[in-house]
Design a protein around this ligand. Structure first.
Ligand SMILES: CC(=O)SCCNC(=O)CCNC(=O)[C@H](O)C(C)(C)COP(=O)(O)OP(=O)(O)OC[C@H]1O[C@@H](n2cnc3c(N)ncnc32)[C@H](O)[C@@H]1OP(=O)(O)O
Ligand SMILES: O=C([O-])CC(=O)C(=O)O
Length: 466
């Protein structure tokens, strides 16, 4: 447990569960399951939050300026989420750990070198690095929960292949609400204090069922035959890769482990995470909440950008041919801007440096596919775009984000269907949203309801106060 104490107004010392660096779960938790470990941690964190609110609840957290009301609430401090924090220059930390630290510390598959997403989920939920055994137990538990109801299979089978994979994904996830443990428990009159238990069960089911949903969408839309069964002896990413038809490619399986780990969470305010939190604050169950997250992730300024990047690169390639000169690429980038379009994969609402998720994927490419022509184009664009965005003078961040790199890795291994890419992002984002929903219910987070103002009210408020 943490060594950092928060002093409450009652003068009692409170332990902050998550204030100290993550430590090995084995030292404090023996071999408990994730749910048992969470049950241990919740009471102390409830007290920690109470103490923090008692000590600081009435203090100002800085001014709000009118531009923030009109400007997408950029930078407005408005949410609490301990699972991950985003620094504008450094990028994301999961429970205090950078991506390279996660790559080093989290358990890996036998013979693998990328972290297992199971371990990342344990870290997000508990703040602790799990043991190899705890991770293996989680893989097995997810495999055991992986089957999707027949009627959800039928919904997917009835979707026209022309329906975007993200719409199919959102439909299927929403329909899982049919068997929600939380919705049933709520209808039966569960006490507020117990909410987190069935929400945890729903989140475990949600994550577990996503490979079957993603695999079915992929095979329905793009062909590829009957969906194989989940193998309970294998990890989540191996199963995901296998259901997509790429399980026999070890490098692709490793890519899935890295991909699902790094796309999982990006603090609380991004569109998909915040949407899930908002919808669940009305006590909609995790399937309804995550369905809504997916609908946000499907927007081109958010998760769909990974599809848009590859579409844009392919268009560039077909116009300029392979091995285009820097001058030709520059001209192409300018033509995108002059047409009033964004350069997909560049810029960010918070980041002001190159996204470390981009760098992790670049490292993967340098290790496994340094000569891939499309990777070379991505690297060439990386050299060229930032200067152009700076010269154009609008984007606050000219550097690449995570979406600038993911598509080229997937395409290298033969997953060339760009419209499917955001589904994989969604599988990963379920990890972060789930961890957040579990903690929100454990800590009794209330329904969200910020205040909106009319422009007339703003004008009246500041009339004669120039
Ligand atoms: C997983 C993720 O969600 S990562 C983000 C994925 N999205 C993309 O890659 C799409 C391209 N990027 C963008 O559209 C933006 O940079 C966003 C949506 C990511 C961030 O938006 P904002 O926080 O509003 O960015 P910012 O404050 O820098 O925007 C200022 C101006 O620069 C423009 N701008 C920002 N990024 C870009 C870009 N990549 N290309 C062209 N123009 C850009 C904005 O459109 C805006 O123009 P406007 O004043 O005419 O409205
Ligand atoms: O943080 C954001 O706003 C967008 C993003 O990169 C993510 O959600 O992964």
């Amino acid at each position: 447990m943490s060594t950092i104490f928060v002093r409450s107004v009652l003068g009692q010392s409170r332990r902050s569960v998550f204030a100290a660096p993550a430590r090995l779960a084995s030292t404090s938790a023996k071999q408990s399951t994730l749910k048992e470990r969470l049950a241990d941690l919740i009471p102390a964190e409830i007290e920690n939050v109470k103490a923090t609110r008692a000590a600081h609840g009435k203090k100002s957290f800085g001014p709000v300026i009118v531009d923030q009301l009109y400007g997408g609430m950029r930078g407005l401090p408005a949410l609490i989420w301990d699972g991950s924090v985003l620094d504008a220059d450094e990028g994301i930390r999961f429970r205090g750990k950078t991506i390279p630290e996660c790559q080093e510390l989290l358990p890996k598959a036998p013979g693998g070198s990328e972290p297992l997403p199971e371990a990342l989920f344990w870290l997000l939920v508990t703040g602790e690095v799990p043991t190899q055994e705890q991770v293996a137990t989680l893989s097995k538990e997810w495999a055991a929960r992986s089957a999707i109801p027949e009627f959800v299979e039928e919904i997917l089978d009835r979707c026209p292949p022309t329906l975007h994979p993200m719409s199919q994904f959102s439909l299927a996830v929403t329909a899982l609400n049919h068997d929600s443990a939380f919705a049933k428990a709520y209808a039966a009159g569960i006490s507020k204090k117990e909410y987190w238990g069935p929400v945890f069960e729903d989140c475990m089911d949600l994550i577990a069922k996503l490979p079957n949903i993603a695999g079915r969408i992929y095979r329905n839309v793009y062909g590829g035959g009957k969906l194989p069964a989940i193998d309970a002896e294998k990890d989540y990413s191996w199963n995901l890769a296998t259901l997509l038809g790429f399980g026999d490619n070890k490098e692709f399986v490793e890519l899935m482990r890295l991909y699902v780990t790094i796309h999982s969470d990006h603090e609380g305010g991004n569109v998909s995470a915040h949407t899930g939190k908002l919808v669940a604050s009305a006590l909609s169950d995790p399937f309804l909440a995550f369905g809504a997250s997916l609908n946000g992730l499907a927007g081109p300024l958010h998760g769909l950008a990974n599809q848009e990047v590859l579409v844009w690169l392919r268009k560039m390639q077909s116009k300029l041919g392979e091995n285009a000169s820097d001058e030709a690429v520059k001209e192409y980038v300018w033509s995108t801007l002059k047409a009033g379009q964004v350069v997909p994969g560049y810029g960010h609402a918070v980041l002001r440096k190159t996204d470390p998720r981009y760098m992790a994927q670049r490292e993967f490419a340098l290790k496994h596919l340094p000569d891939d022509p499309m990777f070379k184009l991505v690297a060439q664009v990386f050299k060229i775009v930032p200067d152009i965005l700076l010269a154009a003078g609008k984007a606050k961040n000219p550097w690449p984000n995570v979406d600038a790199h993911s598509g080229v890795l997937l395409a290298h291994y033969g997953l060339t269907e760009m419209q499917f890419y955001t589904v994989l992002f969604g599988v990963s984002r379920a990890f972060g949203v789930s961890a957040q929903l579990i903690w929100d219910r454990a800590l009794g987070a209330p329904i969200e309801r910020p205040k909106s103002y009319s422009t007339a009210a703003i004008q009246k408020m500041f009339a004669n106060k120039q």
